[in-house]
Design a protein around this ligand. Structure first.
Ligand code: NAP
Length: 284
């Protein structure tokens, strides 16, 4: 039986609970515009904070800015709660579901500043480059983040949706502490990136941990879910928690009830047999 580690340490001073929360579902449809229920959006965040979540993923591009503004309000309502905020820069938005990368250093600098304003923070705990812009030298994209790290505005730097070779290139420019790639029980395309993260103690932050909700309705998870008296979503999260001690899942939801359900995954320790059986599943 593999021992399930509950926390992950980014450095000597920063250790977080591995099951976090992602804000992308909070803005309007297509991650565009405000939530139809802004007060509920804030409540989802205060709820997870009240239940021990201390790692929250967001991005200036979510809304844009609306997710950050809800998060800022929630943090203001919980001034004594210690939480690590991971945000991102590098995407521009043109409308619902439209995303175009821009890695020009002047744009990245502007977006780090906008993240600080919209989150109400004086520094960013973890700043992730949302996408590497293929039209801009990597040295320029990470160089400006390295400068802002020296200025005290960024504590740690991470990457998103990258290949192993790109992580190695980036590590020649600046220390990298995390990678955020698409990964879940039925989409393990980036297994090599996860293995590299594990070998190098980088946090691996899987986006779409529930396959955008598909896994919450996957009948193949029902039997094990019934045994633990939870839903399939929590089994999919428990599988991620067991898969590697560097995985920090950030399930997204705009529902307080779903957020509370998902937190139950922290208490599920799948047997090795259950883990192996689940690992056989493929996308349907
Ligand atoms: N780096 C990147 O490029 C990137 C890309 C995408 C996402 N992300 C990050 O990753 C986070 C997670 O991704 P995601 O939110 O897009 O996808 P996800 O976590 O895989 O799935 C979210 C979907 O699952 C549903 N859901 C969540 N919990 C549920 C439950 N207990 N029962 C039933 N349905 C449930 C949500 O609906 P309800 O709202 O109705 O609960 C929502 O539709 C995002 O919030 C964001 O922070 C990063």
């Amino acid at each position: 039986m593999r021992f399930l580690e509950k926390t992950f340490s980014f450095d000597d001073g920063v250790t977080v609970n591995r099951l976090g929360y992602g804000t992308m579902q909070l803005p309007g449809k297509g991650v565009w515009g405000p939530s139809l229920e802004p007060q509920n959006a804030v409540k989802v965040i205060t709820t997870v904070l009240d239940h021990g979540v201390d790692f929250i993923d967001t991005a200036d591009a979510y809304g844009p800015l609306f997710a950050n503004l809800y998060l800022k309000k929630a943090l203001q309502q919980r001034p004594d709660t210690k939480v690590m905020i991971a945000t991102k820069v590098g995407f521009t938005r043109q409308g619902p579901n439209k995303w175009i990368p821009n890695g020009r250093p002047e744009y990245l600098r502007q977006q780090v500043e906008l993240n600080l304003f919209s989150l109400g923070l004086d520094h960013i705990d973890l700043l992730q480059l949302h996408r590497i812009d293929p039209t801009v030298p990597l040295e320029e994209q990470l160089g400006v983040l390295r400068d802002m790290q020296k200025e005290g505005k960024i504590k740690h730097i991470g990457l998103s949706q990258v290949k192993v070779e790109q992580i190695k290139e980036a590590q020649k420019i600046v220390p990298i502490v995390s990678v955020q790639n698409r990964y879940n029980l039925i989409d393990r395309t980036d297994e090599d990136v996860l293995n590299y993260a594990e070998q190098n103690h980088l946090a691996f932050i899987p986006w779409f941990p529930l396959a955008t909700g598909k896994l919450a309705n996957d009948k193949r998870l029902q039997q094990i879910a019934a045994k633990y008296k939870v839903g399939p979503a929590q089994i999919a999260l428990a599988w991620l928690l067991k898969r590697s001690k560097v995985i920090l899942p950030i399930p997204g939801t705009k529902s307080v009830a779903h957020a509370l359900e998902n937190l139950k995954a922290r208490d599920i320790e799948l047997s090795d047999q259950e883990f192996d059986d689940l690992s056989e599943l493929k996308a349907e």
